[in-house]
Design a protein around this ligand. Structure first.
Ligand code: DAH
Length: 352
């Protein structure tokens, strides 16, 4: 294409645009002109710019320069017209005009996970019964997870197959089983129960005490509808003079009716735990059957001795409950894995 032909096309476009923009009398008409001349897809400037490709090499600089001048001229005329009409800015061609009177878009808020809701609810109920919340570490040593809890060295609960031992520097079979030798680093494991916190609290806090501790525990179980390798427990411990089994039963009954509703039926079955004597298992009635929701008992004198408390003077009870089971019963959830799939369509159902 010849240069002069190109320049003439540019000039007549500029002249026409200026004439229109000088007389334009509404914001809508202005917007139409803006699209007509400067629209990104098929505006007049765009089509003229395409013609630039057909200009001979030696003429390209002059053609390009004039093109830029014309583009600036049109933009200036657009801005003047906008000012004259009181339009705040020349709008983008992509959408309708902005309407400040429309309601805003709601930000996409998350919801509180049902387990978190349960943890908070449990703390509130136990708080009303006078229990203070404490915390303990998730990475533990065999002393707090087993030894001080009166779990002997050859007890199956210490089996590497039933625990997540961490690889310490000189990990070997005996270390993995929780024993330490002089040359080896002490074993560490992800705690398998929150009973560890009982020991930590009795080691450090003055008596009497009444605490709960809620948190994650870990066991290498294959996931199915009722098992998951990580779950939550609520541990409770009450140490004072003359604490009795009757108090333990009242506290657990009060707790169950507060959390699950007044109609809940619970029962206590004789059982065994190394750290309590006597021990019970606590069940509630759900969907036509008894479901175990935890263990409990009177603190074993050996446990008191391990932490330097005189069992002739002090007595206490302890309990450990599975939070997922309580939460599932309350919300009608039938598969524990649903809690940890992070599928927001599932989790949003429990929004409060
Ligand atoms: N730690 C036990 C478990 O994980 C539960 C338990 C039973 C905790 C009896 C207690 C207790 O404090 O007294 O299976």
């Amino acid at each position: 294409m010849a240069l002069d032909q190109f320049l003439t096309a540019l000039d007549s476009m500029l002249g026409e645009a200026r004439a229109c923009l000088e007389t334009v009398d509404s914001a809508e008409a202005l917007e139409q002109l803006r699209v007509k001349y400067t629209g990104a897809k098929s505006g007049a400037l765009k089509s003229v710019q395409k013609m630039l490709a057909g200009i001979e090499g030696k003429d390209k600089p002059a053609a390009g320069k004039r093109f830029n001048e014309v583009r600036d001229g049109i933009e200036e005329a657009l801005a003047q017209a906008a000012q004259r009409l009181g339009v705040s800015g020349v709008q983008e061609s992509i959408g309708p005009s902005f309407d400040p009177t429309l309601p805003g878009l709601r930000p996409n808020l998350g919801t509180i996970h049902p387990i978190t809701q349960s943890l908070e609810h449990l703390k509130e109920i136990m708080g009303r019964l006078g229990f203070n919340v404490t915390e303990g570490p998730e990475i533990e040593d065999p002393w707090h997870n087993f030894v001080a809890l009166n779990i002997p060295e050859d007890h199956p609960a210490r089996d590497p197959l039933d625990n997540f031992y961490l690889a310490t520097a000189k990990a070997s079979a005996p270390i993995l089983a929780g024993r330490t030798t002089q040359s080896a680093q002490p074993a560490r494991l992800l705690r398998s129960q929150t009973s560890t916190v009982q020991i930590r609290v009795m080691e450090t806090q003055p008596l009497p005490l009444r605490i709960i501790s809620l948190g994650r525990v870990y066991r290498p179980d294959a996931p199915d509808a009722t098992h998951f390798p990580m779950f939550h427990q609520m541990e409770g411990l009450w140490v004072d003079r003359n604490v009795t089994m009757a108090q333990l039963k009242s506290v657990l009954r009060l707790f169950a009716t507060s959390y699950l509703g007044g109609d809940v039926n619970i029962r206590f079955r004789p059982s065994f735990f190394p750290f309590t004597e006597p021990s019970v298992e606590v069940d509630y009635w759900w969907n036509g059957q008894w479901i175990e929701f935890g263990g409990a008992g009177m603190v074993d004198p050996n446990v008191f001795q391990a932490v330097g408390i005189d069992p002739e003077v002090w007595s206490g009870f302890a309990f450990g409950l599975g939070v997922e089971r309580l939460c599932m019963r309350r919300f009608g959830i039938t598969d524990i894995r649903d809690l940890y799939r992070s599928d927001v369509r599932f989790l949003r159902q429990f929004a409060t």
